[in-house]
Design a binder for this molecule. Structure first.
Ligand code: PMP
Length: 375
């Protein structure tokens, strides 16, 4: 660069595959109604806030030492949560935790993907699957979904047989569509893949607590190549905590140990997550409310004339906007009404996160107003 001119990132010797790329992230705009990042709208209850303060105070007294590198107490509490909510016995050795499920997914690709290997996903889906693949040097292949964004066993099996991936992502309920994927499809993916080569199948259940159906976690039994990934960001209302985890055969956890940074989970994070897990029952009651609000959004959006994808998550995909400007134009007009939703790039569709009843009312009023203008 010329003297006096500040270099940009592209003037630095970054890896060629990062050149010209933009960072992932929804806009964090300061508007009255923010329904764009699938957060839980309810702040943590005061009793839990106080318990976090207690636990963190205790942890602070030991901050001169590194934290428990294996996070055994936390993994034990997560294992109990999974056992109680799925009815499937999960042991501490079969649970791994990291800073958000994004880090869990990154560690999975560091261990099972990488140069010369390929990961497959069924799009539209969570875009970080492909982005983390790329940043770990893993080739990314996107297969499609069927009508209404469903993923049936035959379609999924064909994609696996065609691309022969090393890692497959199945997101259920799927972000951004809200679609649940049946166990039959995951089993078809798993069996078709293993018939060709030992393939890791990652079931991303970030939103499963909001589902009408049950977790696919029991499928890990007897299948050491099947991993279920979870997070405390959504159902536990703790997106700011950054705590994700997985359940799998203990051998998968051993693989995570090979790629994790030492002491990756801070003592403060471990203490906070343990406090939140003590309040699981209260937090899951908020989930009940959000499921009811999600169902109300589906009904009301349909009544307003929108086409709505059935949802098993805490968000709803709606459209179809194929007038001038498409979904981007509707996104902009909703923002003018003070409502921020998400344009995930699915043609003609937008995604709204279920908020509090008041936020959802404001959103529905805005949609009705915009639909009138748009007609
Ligand atoms: N998986 C899916 C499907 C998601 O939508 C998200 C968050 N948007 C994540 C994983 C990552 O969440 P976190 O890192 O907060 O656990």
């Amino acid at each position: 660069t010329a003297p006096g001119v500040e270099p940009t990132v592209d003037d630095l010797p970054v890896r060629p595959e990062l050149r010209g790329k933009s960072p992932y992230g929804a806009p964090q705009l300061d508007v009255p109604v923010r329904l764009n990042t699938n957060e839980n709208p309810y702040p943590l209850p005061e009793a839990l806030v106080a318990r976090i303060a207690e636990r963190v105070t205790e942890a602070a007294r030991g901050l001169n030492r590194y934290p428990d590198r294996d996070a055994l107490e936390l993994r034990g509490a997560l294992a109990r949560y999974l056992t109680e909510t799925t009815g499937h016995p999960v042991a501490t050795a079969g649970v791994w935790a990291a800073n958000g499920s994004n880090e869990v997914l990154q560690q999975l690709l560091q261990a099972f993907g990488g140069p010369g290997r390929t990961a497959l996903g069924f799009e539209p889906s969570y875009s970080m699957h492909g982005l983390i693949a790329r940043s770990t040097g893993t080739a990314w292949v996107a297969a499609g979904r069927g009508a209404d964004f469903a993923l049936d066993a035959a379609t999924a099996r064909r994609a696996v047989e065609e691309h022969r991936p090393d890692v497959v992502f199945v997101c259920t309920p799927n972000n951004p569509t809200g679609t649940a994927v049946p166990a039959e499809t995951v089993l078809a993916v798993h069996d078709a893949a293993q018939a060709m080569r030992p393939t890791l199948v990652v079931v991303d259940e970030a939103y499963v607590e909001f589902s009408h159906g049950s977790s696919l976690l029991p499928l890990i039994e007897g299948r050491p190549h099947l991993v279920v990934s979870r997070t405390m960001s959504k159902a536990f209302g703790a997106a700011g905590l950054r705590l994700g985890y997985l359940a799998a055969h203990p051998a998968v956890v051993d693989a995570m140990q090979l790629v994790r940074l030492p002491y990756h989970l801070s003592a403060v994070t471990q203490a906070t997550a343990l406090a939140a897990l003590e309040h699981t029952d209260t937090l899951l009651r908020y989930v009940e409310r959000l499921r009811a609000e999600r169902d109300r959004l589906v009904t009301e959006l349909r009544a307003a004339g929108c086409e709505v994808t059935d949802s098993d998550a805490n968000f709803v995909q709606f459209g179809t906007f194929d007038g001038p400007g498409g979904a981007a134009e509707v996104w902009r007009r909703l923002l003018e009404h003070g409502v921020l939703v998400r344009d995930n790039g699915v043609p003609g569709r937008l995604r709204v996160t279920a908020g509090t009843p008041e936020e959802n009312d404001a959103f529905l009023d805005a949609v009705r107003a915009v639909m009138k203008e748009y007609d």
